[in-house]
Design a protein around this ligand. Structure first.
Ligand code: ADP
Ligand code: MG
Length: 323
C-alpha cells in the first residue's frame, strides 16, 4: 500500500484530497489474552461499498469500532477521512453515520421525533422527512418507535445514521435477523446510499449480501484478512463453472466418457466442474438430444462467493489458529 497516511495530519479536515476514506495498516487489537485483530491492512476508497466478511468472533465489530473511534488499537495505524479517529474523535464522528450491531432507541418518541432529535446533533443535517422517505418509513412517521417491527427498527437505525449527511456510513450486520422482504429493502437502501456518493463500510457474515452489495470485500478470519478484492476477482477463472441438471443414476452411467470422467452424482443431480463451459455444454446437449435425456433444471453456475468463503474458512481452520 502506497497511499499517504501520515503527512497530512496538519491539514484542516474539510479539504481532504485523498481518494481513500479509510486506511488501515498493521492494525492489531488484543483484549487481554484474546487477539481480536492481527496485523490487518486494508484501504477503503471514497464512494465504494466495502464489505467486511467473517464468521462470528472474526473481529468485524472490533475493527468497525476502532474505525469509529470507540475502541483504541493495540498497535498499527488507522486513518479515517485523513484523521486519527481517536485523536480527532469529535471531528471524525461528526462525519460518520453509524448503525451499531445493536441499536438502542427512545421507544416513546415517534419515528419523526426520533430522527429530528438526532438531526439536532449535527451541524448540517438532511431534511428529516427526506431521510424517513429514503429508508422507506414514511407511512410510520407518526408511529411510536416502540411499536415498530424488527425490520422497521433496522430502517430507523439507518435513518439515524444518515440524518447527519455523513461521508462514511458504517453498518454492522445490517440484515442479521431480518426476513427476506425486510432484507431486500435494506439492500435497496444501501444501494441508494451508495448512489448518493457516500462511502459504505458494512460487516456481514452473509456472502450473498457481500456479493450483491459490495464493490470490494475483505474476508476476516480469526482477526486476520484471509482474502481481499472485488467479489468477482476472488473467484477462480472467468469461464470456470459448474454444470448440473436433475437426473438419475441410470443417466449418470450413460454419460459419454469425456463427460463421465468429471461428473458426479449426488442427491438426484448430476454435476461437473469445468474450466470452460462451452465444450462440455455442447457435448452434453448433443448427447441429451440424441439419447432423449431431459436435462431437467439444467444450470450453469460460476462457483459463488459462498463456496469460496467456506473453503477459505475450512482452509484456515485446518492450518490451526495462530493466536
Ligand atoms: N470488549 C471486549 N472484551 C473482551 N473480548 C472482546 C471484546 N470485544 C470483542 N472481544 C473478542 O474479540 C473477538 C472478536 O469479536 P468481534 O469483533 O465482536 O467479532 P465479530 O463482530 O466478527 O463477531 C471475539 O473473540 C470476542 O469475544
Ligand atoms: Mg459483530
Amino acid at each position: 500500500m502506497t497511499q499517504q497516511t501520515t503527512e497530512s495530519a496538519s491539514r484542516p479536515p474539510r479539504t481532504v484530497e485523498s481518494t481513500d476514506s479509510i486506511i488501515v495498516q498493521g492494525l492489531s487489537k488484543s483484549f487481554g489474552p484474546v487477539q481480536a485483530l492481527a496485523d490487518v491492512d486494508l484501504t477503503v476508497q471514497r464512494g465504494e461499498v466495502f464489505g467486511l466478511l467473517g464468521p462470528n468472533g472474526a473481529g468485524k465489530t472490533t475493527l468497525t469500532e476502532i474505525l469509529e473511534g470507540h475502541v483504541k488499537p493495540t498497535s498499527g495505524t488507522v486513518r479515517v477521512l485523513d484523521m486519527d479517529p481517536i485523536r480527532a474523535n469529535r471531528t471524525v464522528r461528526n462525519r460518520l453515520g453509524i448503525v451499531p450491531q445493536k441499536g438502542s432507541f427512545e421507544l416513546y418518541l415517534t419515528v419523526r421525533e426520533h430522527v429530528a432529535l438526532f438531526a439536532g446533533y449535527y451541524r448540517q443535517a438532511f431534511p428529516v422527512d427526506d431521510v424517513i422517505e429514503l429508508v422507506g418509513l414514511s407511512s410510520k412517521s407518526g408511529a411510536r418507535v416502540g411499536r415498530l417491527s424488527g425490520g422497521q427498527q433496522r430502517r430507523l437505525d439507518l435513518a439515524l445514521a444518515l440524518v447527519g449527511d455523513p461521508d462514511i456510513v458504517f453498518l454492522d450486520e445490517p440484515t442479521t435477523g431480518l426476513d427476506i422482504e425486510a432484507r431486500d429493502r435494506a439492500w435497496e437502501t444501501v444501494q441508494a446510499i451508495r448512489a448518493m456518493g457516500k462511502t459504505v463500510f458494512l460487516t456481514t457474515h452473509n456472502m450473498t449480501e457481500a456479493q450483491r452489495l459490495c464493490d470490494r470485500v475483505a474476508v476476516l478470519h480469526s482477526g486476520r484478512v484471509a482474502a481481499i478484492g472485488a467479489p468477482s476477482s476472488l473467484l477462480p477463472d472467468e469461464r470456470g463453472a459448474t454444470i448440473s441438471f436433475r437426473g438419475d443414476e441410470a443417466e449418470f452411467k450413460r454419460l459419454p466418457a469425456d463427460l463421465a470422467e468429471r461428473a458426479r452424482f449426488k442427491a438426484g443431480r448430476i454435476s461437473m466442474d469445468v474450466d470452460d463451459a462451452r465444450g462440455p455444454l455442447h457435448a452434453l446437449t448433443t448427447w441429451a438430444v440424441d439419447s432423449d435425456v431431459a436435462l431437467a433444471d439444467l444450470e450453469v453456475r460460476r462457483p459463488d462467493l459462498e463456496e469460496l468463503y467456506l473453503s477459505i474458512l475450512a482452509h484456515r481452520d485446518s492450518e490451526g489458529r495462530t493466536s
